[in-house]
Ligand binder design. Structure first.
Ligand code: ASP
Length: 436
């Protein structure tokens, strides 16, 4: 059988979004409250959406464990090389947290997900009720634990128990956060042992990671249908309002990314690296273009190494080192986007997050940034994880996925621009030390 060359996946997903949206809007306009539509939503759209989501859910535990353990072990490895490693680590944590902070501030300011009426929201939630977990998630989000207990629960007594109940909304232990803590500790321990002793384990973890990413790949092939189904459910309930809501969401993510790129990186370049930001980015333009068109920090790596050493005048050792680690670990744009998305979807589903919970989202997003692969859509499984941890229905991913490609291209620019900014700063501070 001859096979036609299929269009790129992001276009298929976009078509899925468009088809689901159009069908949902038509139904909302002409057949409101129809029994047939309700039947279709429950027996066709719901299972299709669920297949897509469950394909992702089923690999989240091994993915998070291997990604974070490996990511931290690598960072630690770099750390042994001394100052440069420490600076990389510091920049990654502080500047990423700052980026997420900018995003969180803007979501609170613009409230892109908040325009939905209480009636519509109830109806939207009702379509998710067949997924018994949503009402339970909401109930359990209301059962508050003491602060001390919450902190203690981050440290798992038995990580297997936390893994088993990670997606159970009634579970009172640490769940996914405890798994993340376990992976973090594991990675730190790996980094402190001699390389030869942990190498087999690192290889096994790398293989586990590769396999889970492949499964995510399978899920993504199903994404056009999943997105069509999930957006159909939302659009048939909300009507045209969904378009305005999504538009506001895209606007806030772009604004936050832009502010981080221009203000935060601009200040670092000007004050710490002693460079003219405009000239810096003009010379590094090729890196920005490659990141934007490939949507992948990893695919941009060869270009960023070449441009940073040849055009931005950074020493080759520093550039190799920082850009390679940064392509996976220093994901400012991704972390920012994850924070904004989690809060947007919380607003969308009418879930109030306290200041403390927003701080948890920020910390989770920074960690998720470290754990995100530098490939197109690499952050998707980690967004599901953040949503799950703060009790926001993971179905929300279907609402945002259709517009993700452009956001992915843009956040990759911020990720990679962060790496070259970091390289410039480290270069300047190392030079200053040498002169002193
Ligand atoms: N595409 C991003 C990168 O490669 C990762 C993501 O946010 O999905 O940097």
């Amino acid at each position: 059988m001859s096979q036609k060359k299929s269009s790129p996946l992001h276009w298929q997903i976009f078509i899925g979004l468009f088809a689901g949206l159009a069908a949902g809007l038509v139904v909302n306009l002409f057949l409101p409250q129809s029994e047939v539509v309700k039947w279709l939503a429950a027996n066709v759209a719901y299972p299709i959406g669920q297949i897509f989501l469950r394909l992702i859910f089923m690999v989240i535990i091994p993915l998070v464990f291997s990604a974070i353990a490996l990511g931290v072990a690598d960072l630690g490895d770099v750390g042994r090389i001394g100052r440069i490693g420490l600076k990389t680590l510091l920049f990654t944590v502080v500047i990423t947290a700052l980026g997420v902070g900018v995003g969180v501030l803007l979501v609170n300011l613009f409230k892109p997900g908040a325009g939905i009426s209480e009636n519509d929201r109830q109806a939207l939630m009702a379509t998710l009720q067949s997924n018994q977990s949503v009402s339970a998630i909401l109930t359990s989000a209301e059962q508050k634990k003491s602060a001390v207990q919450t902190l203690l629960d981050f440290i798992p007594r038995n990580p297997f128990v936390d893994a088993t109940f990670a997606f159970d909304p009634n579970y009172q232990g640490g769940g996914l956060l405890a798994i993340m803590f376990f992976a973090l500790t594991f990675g730190v321990a790996m980094a402190t042992l001699e390389k030869e002793r942990v190498e087999p384990l690192a290889k096994a973890l790398q293989a586990l990671y590769d396999v889970t990413m492949k499964v995510i790949d399978f899920a993504m092939r199903f994404a056009p249908f999943g997105v069509a189904a999930l957006i159909f459910s939302a659009a048939s309930q909300l009507g045209v309002q969904i378009i305005a809501t999504l538009g506001k969401y895209v606007f806030v993510v772009m604004l936050a990314l832009g502010a981080h790129l221009v203000v935060v990186y601009g200040l670092i370049l000007r004050l710490l690296a002693k460079r003219d930001p405009i000239e810096f980015f003009r010379n590094g333009w090729e890196v920005i273009l490659t990141a934007f068109s490939t949507s992948s920090s990893n695919a941009t790596l060869p270009t960023s190494i070449r441009v940073t050493t040849e055009r931005l005048g950074v020493n080759r050792d520093i550039a190799n080192f920082i850009l390679t680690v940064g392509a996976t670990a220093n994901q400012n744009g991704t972390a920012l986007y994850e924070g904004v998305t989690a809060l947007f979807l919380a607003q969308f589903y009418g879930i109030d997050l306290s200041l403390g919970e927003q701080v948890v989202v920020t910390a989770l997003s920074v960690l998720a940034g470290v754990g995100t692969a530098g490939v197109p859509g690499g952050s998707l499984p980690l967004v599901v994880l953040v949503l799950q941890t703060i009790g926001v229905p993971a179905e929300g991913i279907g609402v945002i996925l259709g517009v993700d490609r452009i956001l992915d291209m843009s956040r990759t620019v911020v990720n990679v621009a962060g790496d070259i900014t970091l390289a410039a700063w480290v270069e300047a501070s190392e030079n200053a030390l040498e002169k002193a």
